[in-house]
Design a protein around this ligand. Sequence first.
Ligand code: DGY
Length: 321
Amino acid sequence: MSKPAILIARAIFPDVLHRLEQYFEVESNQGDEIFSPEELIRRLQGKEGAIVTGSSRINASVLAACPQLKMVANMAVGYDNLDVPAMQAAGVLASNTPDVLTETTADFGWALMMATARRITEAEHFLRAGKWNKWHYDLMSGADIHGSTLGILGMGRIGQAIARRAQGFGMEVMYHNRSRLSTEQEAQANQARYVSKQALFEEADHIILVLPYSAASHHAVGAEELAMMKPTATLTNIARGGIVDDQALIAALRERRIAAAGLDVFENEPAFAPAFLKLDNVVLTPHIASASVKTRRAMANCAADNLIAGLLTGQAKNPLW
Ligand code: DGY
């Protein structure tokens, strides 16, 4: 019997590719070309399954052009690149990679928040540029993390993992989310306190964004929310770029209406507003929150497990519908 044909839309670990080749006729993209929507459709012709990342949009027009498609496994926990209702209507299975990246992403959220609050990249640039010629009582002074108030917008698995880490820093944790956690979950999340979005923006010393991106969360942080923040507060985004209105953030940072921002995600990645490069109170990283060696491999294997289960048994391990 011939093996089902699949597309792996971006480069992947070679051993995961070889594992998939045991089950499928694989078209891979180890050269890591970014496919245009037209090229993606062309490559998907005759394919029953695909492994994609955020750079591939699976929407109604892709589904209409690829009627043989049965399953798409997203190699990410966020799946704003998949039109899940359209996939469900077309009977195309969809999956993501939850759990395997939770702790690594929470670690990175902390790293970025701390680098932002304590001006670590700005200080390193200063030193590398040969500008350090004396100790000074106010050189690169930043905001304390310990004993401060952490505000988490979006309290799913990653938000809760970030909250747990706050215990070691003696922080108070407040959060806002579509729904409130159970009392037990709040206790495990370092006694996190459920507050309104307004209270979170007004009261937190460090705000971290970990909510999913959707039409509802588009520019959820804009001029209004930034105006509520303390001038000493920081904003860290490890969710999706479209959650923040970049122009409003650039203005707030430039006018020092907030202290600093840490951004791992951007609205039109890999492009980003060039104005960020002119600001010294922003830390910029290239969407690497889940990028530990161990976790990226776990994500690839999780996507592969989903595709194998979905195409062979009709039931993905981490189904989205
Ligand atoms: C995710 O898993 O959603 C990440 O953003 C991808 O690296």
